[in-house]
Design a protein around this ligand. Structure first.
Ligand SMILES: [Zn+2]
Length: 154
């Protein structure tokens, strides 16, 4: 089955400050040609910290990301320690558009925001954010806001 991308825009938004954006872009570039992944920790709509996680998929890190349960727990612990919340996760798509795949949808959890960074030839490119729709049938686009973002990434 091919990827099905919803064009529906959800009400939620995610605010990314420049240092967070820089950290995600750097991580994506360093992990290239593999996918990177990490956790988004913050309060409300605002990401306060990005936490780099190891990519533990057994199908090859170049293609797919998977959050290991221990990494998930570490992210939740970090959020609790900083009196923040685990807001979601980010990962990169090496040499592919920043659009969620069918695999991404099947491995997503409700409520979380998912940031996808396209990395082209090792250079960070477009960045998008998504959240699963209530019926889990697709992702809805989440608006990214912040001084560093000159576009909405769609
Ligand atoms: Zn993906």
């Amino acid at each position: 089955m091919s990827s099905e991308i919803s064009t529906e825009v959800t009400r939620s938004q995610v605010e990314l400050a420049q240092p967070i954006l820089d950290a995600i872009r750097r991580h994506g570039s360093e992990a290239y040609p593999h996918e990177c992944c990490g956790a988004l920790i913050g309060l409300g709509d605002r990401v306060i910290e990005s936490l780099a996680l190891s990519n533990t998929t057994e199908e090859g890190p170049r293609r797919r990301f998977l959050i290991h349960p221990e990494d998930y727990q570490a992210a939740e612990a970090r959020a609790a320690a900083t009196e923040c919340e685990l807001m979601g996760f980010y990962h990169s798509h090496p040499d592919h558009p920043a659009l969620p795949s069918r695999y991404d949808l099947e491995h997503a959890w409700p409520f979380f925001a998912y940031i996808i960074l396209s990395v082209r030839k090792g250079n960070p490119a477009e960045l998008t954010a998504w959240r699963m729709l209530d019926d889990r049938s697709a992702f809805g686009a989440v608006e990214l806001i912040g001084d560093a973002l000159g576009h909405r990434g769609r």
